[in-house]
Ligand binder design. Structure first.
Ligand code: SF4
Ligand code: SF4
Length: 425
């Protein structure tokens, strides 16, 4: 890591504080990830990415910027990668998933707000996240109230553009969203100095769809009775997809999928037979938030799918490839508006997704994950639970932040939940 100090310095980072952050990650990652038995060989690439999390990719971003390229940092899966890529820019997902950034976030935000927001703001103002420091502009959105007010605070430290995302899915909302996409397209063109032509947009749509397809292929392996990969590893791969180079990510993940498909043919599973299969649904898990998956998979369960933004919602639906720029912009609007986030009302599509995914992934139970103070997902639990009860699907709600204080308590609750599933199987 020492090799990168000059680079970090050039990004105006707080190096002393950053050293503290870097000091804890290897042990944390080792305990959670490297302790797993029988991991696929292909996970070595993602181990490498994590070991170089503030190095290799940051170097690539710096080289891109040196040549005049721009970097866009975003916080939500409604921000369209296609427009960023079509203008020759790089997009990186910035959601903060570490407890380390919470105290800095709390210096400028109320304590009783979602940890994802506090950590994201804390990451920027502490000057310890090189991704934030490498972004030429941040792109926020009007999703939940906490985020949309936090952009006003972040705006004091860095340029930020806010996309006005509608919260309903009527015809007039789609018209409004297309308009927002056009404003964003103009901004990207202006910042990069590159025109988004029909050709360039088509190429970008193809590339991002290909990234989605490889993630779909990965998730398809988790539908098998033979589970060739842990839920923890699958989560890590999706988290890395948010900031890795798309072409390299597609190549490496395709190689891993070949290995996983071969494991299925040979009957190689990373879990014992009859391990309860769990669908996780709820709020996003930004890297390095691996807490819930780790607890589930060390308490007798196996995560087979995530109905979250760091799971299925990120890649399940493709953008329809179209001819003209106008048609392509509409297809992009349609695809992004088909994401079922609890910020929308009504949001019955999410309930349909959860039940469909439960069946597709042959799950035995649902763990509903909620970050504290995320009101939209917390309130939506009522309707989800009612629908799952009607289907006879077992569900448990776990509300938890990034701290490790409640691990024992969650473990006890989950062990009882898995026992109940096993006896009723
Ligand atoms: S939960 Fe909603 S607001 Fe949060 S990242 Fe996902 S889509 Fe965006
Ligand atoms: S988890 Fe909920 S409260 Fe937190 S940023 Fe996402 S939508 Fe907002």
């Amino acid at each position: 890591m020492a090799d990168y100090r000059k680079l970090w310095e050039s990004l105006d980072m707080d190096l002393e504080k950053h050293d503290q952050l870097c000091a804890v990650l290897p042990e944390f990652y080792g305990d959670i990830y490297l302790s797993q038995e029988n991991r696929p060989e292909g996970m070595n690439y993602y181990n490498f990415v994590v070991s170089e999390i503030h190095g290799f990719r940051i170097q690539e971003l710096a080289e891109h910027r040196k040549k005049g390229g721009k970097v866009f940092g975003s916080f939500c899966i409604y921000v369209p990668d296609e427009l960023i890529v079509a203008a020759g820019a790089i997009g990186v997902g910035l959601c903060g998933g570490s407890d380390f950034w919470i105290p800095d976030g709390e210096k400028v935000l109320p304590r009783n707000i979602c940890p994802l927001i506090k950590a994201s703001v804390g990451a920027k103002i502490s000057g310890t996240c090189p991704y934030f420091q490498s972004a030429d502009i941040l792109v926020g959105e009007t999703t939940c109230d906490g985020k949309k007010k936090a952009w006003e605070i972040l705006g004091k430290y860095t340029p930020i553009h806010v996309m006005d995302l509608p919260q309903m899915k009527r015809g007039k909302d789609k018209i409004h969203w297309i308009d927002e996409l056009k404003i964003f397209k103009d901004l990207v063109e202006k910042m990069t100095g590159n025109e988004i032509t029909e050709e360039k947009l088509k190429e970008a749509v193809k590339l991002i769809n290909e990234k989605r397809r490889v993630l779909q292929r990965l998730y398809n392996t988790r539908k098998s009775e033979v589970l060739p990969i842990s839920g923890k590893d699958a989560l890590l791969i999706t988290q890395i997809a948010f900031y890795d180079d798309p072409k390299r990510f597609i190549e490496k993940t395709s190689e891993l999928c070949e290995e996983l498909e071969d494991r299925i043919k040979k009957g190689i599973s990373v879990f014992e037979e009859n391990t309860p299969r769990i669908l996780v649904t709820g709020t996003p898990m930004a890297i390095p938030n691996w807490k819930l998956h780790h607890i589930i998979e060390t308490s007798g369960g196996a995560v087979v799918c995530e109905e979250t933004c760091t799971g299925i919602r990120y890649f399940e639906r493709l953008v329809k490839e179209a001819e003209s720029i106008e048609e392509q912009m509409e297809a992009i609007a349609d695809r992004y508006l088909s994401i079922n986030c609890a910020c929308f009302t009504p949001n019955d599509g999410r309930i349909e997704d959860i039940i469909r995914l439960y069946k597709e992934y042959k799950a035995d139970g649902v763990v509903y994950y909620n970050l504290p103070f995320c009101h939209t997902y917390a309130v939506e639990y009522n309707k989800v639970k009612e629908a799952l009860d009607n289907e006879g699907i077992p569900v448990i709600m776990i509300e938890s932040d990034y701290s490790l204080q409640d691990v024992g308590q969650i473990k006890t609750r989950l062990e009882a939940f898995f026992e109940m599933i096993k006896t009723s199987k």
